[in-house]
Design a protein. Structure first.
Length: 402
């Protein structure tokens, strides 16, 4: 239910009132009865429009339906469900305005964003429910606040506008921009395997997932023979299985920035978050691995789980709220991660800084320690400020560019 309603004269209504004043003034000065009649006829539509508009926005209920998740730079739809609680009289030409702004909370990485969106319900009959929607594209990751909802109508003459306000608000976390991993990145994934190349696991008596048949080859196990197909074809056919490998990966996001970052440094922070989100989205959709994700940010955090869609969704929300830090927590995170990862597992660092591995290797925590040095040799470093980044990762604006 709407708590506040207001009525104002539209611009067309002001012009209408000026003509009405002119007619009344001429009738008064010239004492012309026909002009008084005309003035009376003109007042009638104005009052009728005021009454119809004010009644149309009464006893209405609106509900906003947000999607489960959204990403910055990608359009999504917000549904508006309107209900007329009156037993008689419908509402025509309802204009619904929604106001979206960045949440002013201190932990929100964005601020100063204000957007207005709108939708229309042409007719909402008595005791009926109608749905409409609008499309929205939010520019940056973070938490947004939706509300209030304003419902207005100028029906039927457009002289008076009645507006009702619904102060109810909702919050939504918008994930980072997702880009595209180029074939060079995919080749790197396939060649380096990002994990233990020889670590296999068994599912029942045969490794891997069944995906087809092929002819018999020397050395094939008799257990693989598909006897029914062999009888039909008159030659031996064996079942073929896709080899599965358990690939462990530690992904460290180094969001370092000075206390007063420049525009370029802020851009590198967003680029690092987008690349991390794209890699996690890729791994949780394709890989069957154990994934460890660390934030060298504010505050430093670590999560570890199987690379599932649920874990990927959780990481998108955490990446949406990640903030850069001027404190250098990377060394402590690397020290704790590289020693816990299994032998042969890969560690990928996505950083806003250039390669810090040489400095870390010469630091007191790693210098002269063979196990630490060996662990650091498994670390791959990606500097998002390097021009070569375009070879492995592109944002949508770069992909669409001619």
């Amino acid at each position: 239910m709407f708590r506040r309603r207001s009525i104002k004269v539209c611009r067309e209504g002001i012009y209408y009132l000026l003509v009405l004043i002119f007619v009344v003034g001429g009738a008064t000065l010239q004492d012309i009865n026909l002009l008084f009649v005309l003035a009376g006829l003109m007042i009638g539509p104005l009052i009728y429009n005021w009454r119809m508009a004010s009644l149309s926005v009464r006893w209405l209920a609106m509900r906003r339906v947000l999607p489960e998740y959204a990403f910055a730079g990608q359009p999504f739809r917000v549904e508006i469900e309107g209900e007329n609680l009156r037993y008689r009289m419908g509402s025509w030409m309802l204009v619904i305005e929604d106001f979206i702004e960045s949440d002013p909370a201190e932990d929100n990485p964005i601020s100063g964003i204000r957007i207005k969106a709108g939708a229309i319900i042409a007719y909402l009959g008595a005791k009926q429910v109608e749905r409409t929607s609008y499309q929205l594209t939010l520019p940056r990751r973070g938490r947004y606040r939706f509300g209030p909802l304003l419902v207005s109508t100028r029906f039927p003459l457009g002289l008076v506008k009645a507006t009702a306000r619904l102060p109810q608000s909702r919050r939504m976390i918008v994930g980072p921009k997702l880009g595209t991993l180029t074939p060079q990145w995919l080749q790197l994934m396939d060649s380096r395997r990002f994990g233990r190349q020889q670590a296999q696991y068994r599912q029942g008596p045969i490794d891997g997932d069944y995906y087809g048949l092929r002819e018999w080859r020397a050395g094939d196990s008799k257990r693989w023979i598909h006897w029914r197909t062999a009888a039909k074809l008159g030659q031996l056919a064996v079942r073929q299985f896709e080899q599965q490998q358990d690939r462990d990966l530690a992904l460290i996001l180094d969001l370092w920035a000075p206390g007063s970052p420049s525009d370029e440094q802020r851009g590198n922070v967003e680029l690092a978050v987008s690349l991390t989100a794209t890699v996690i989205n890729h791994l949780t959709r394709r890989a069957r691995s154990h994934l460890t994700v660390c934030f060298a940010a504010r505050p430093p955090r670590t999560w570890s789980s199987r690379a599932t869609a649920v874990f990927g969704r959780q990481m998108m929300e955490r990446l949406a709220m990640a903030r850069a830090s001027s404190n250098d927590s990377l060394s402590d995170l690397l020290n704790s991660v590289v020693l816990k990862m299994p032998s042969g597992a890969r560690v990928l660092v996505i950083s806003t800084r250039s390669d810090e591995l040489n400095r870390l290797q010469q630091s007191g925590e790693y210098s002269g320690k063979m196990r630490h040095q060996s662990a650091l040799s498994q670390v791959n470093w990606i500097d998002v400020g390097a021009p070569q980044l375009d070879l492995i990762f592109q944002l949508p604006s770069q992909v669409d560019a001619p």
